[in-house]
Design a protein around this ligand. Structure first.
Ligand code: ADP
Ligand code: NI
Length: 207
């Protein structure tokens, strides 16, 4: 089946870019986004192949991960052309990859694009999303919690805003659960972190 062959080629293509990534943008992130993109596409009556392909490819050309994002995207287009897909299919995949990023603040124009954005955002929240955030912070030399630019701060800058912006029904429902889980986590986090408010030795004079 041609489409399965293309998906295999796509998996092989992205592997070297992401396999050693320590910032939460590793191959397993691409795999989860591809998986949920396909799943949501099937539920929403969108094109599962385009959604899955774009899910695998969505972080190619991300400014955080690539020194030359434009070049990375150009090479990706060349790669897709080398697979000899219909021009229309390549266009659909390119469109779905284009506007996924939260940082850019754009709403994708196609249903498949919206689906990949939902799948990417689902992977940014909940237990896995939180793990990815602490991994990113660690890899960038950022503190867990404190005065400024910490991983906990990123919850307020981004993670806690994602659930309300989901486009599809499945993602909206799943995001609500993950959102509540993050709120519970934060409550527990502060309880454990703030030792000065607890019983026991008073360490408030120490650094
Ligand atoms: P997108 O790739 O959608 O533009 P981000 O640039 O915010 O979104 O990065 C994706 C993921 O990387 C986040 O969900 C988070 O896990 C991690 N991340 C990005 N910036 C930070 C940060 N300043 N602190 C901690 N984690 C971060
Ligand atoms: Ni991503």
């Amino acid at each position: 089946m041609q489409k399965n062959k293309w998906l295999k080629e796509i998996r092989l293509y992205i592997q070297p870019f992401f396999k050693d990534d320590p910032t939460g943008h590793d191959y397993q992130h691409m795999k989860r986004v591809a998986h949920w993109s396909r799943f949501i596409a099937e539920a929403e009556g969108a094109d599962p192949f385009t959604a899955e392909a774009a899910g695998w490819l969505h972080d190619i050309g991300d400014k955080k991960l690539f020194n030359d994002p434009k070049q990375a995207l150009l090479e990706m287009y060349r790669f897709l052309e080398s697979l000899e897909m219909e021009t229309e299919t390549i266009k659909e995949i390119r469109l779905a990859v284009k506007d996924v990023s939260f940082t850019k603040g754009t709403v994708p124009t196609t249903l498949e694009g919206k689906i990949v954005q939902d799948a990417d955002r689902l992977d940014a929240i909940g237990a896995v999303g939180m793990a990815r955030t602490f991994a990113f912070g660690g890899a960038k030399g950022q503190l867990i919690y404190g005065e400024e630019a910490t991983s906990i701060q990123h919850f307020y800058d981004k993670l806690l805003h994602l659930a309300s912006g989901m486009h599809t029904n499945y993602a909206r429902k799943e995001a609500e659960k993950r959102h509540q889980f993050m709120l519970n986590y934060l409550e527990q986090f502060y309880r454990e972190w703030n030792i000065d408010n607890n019983e026991g030795t008073d360490m408030s004079n120490e650094q």
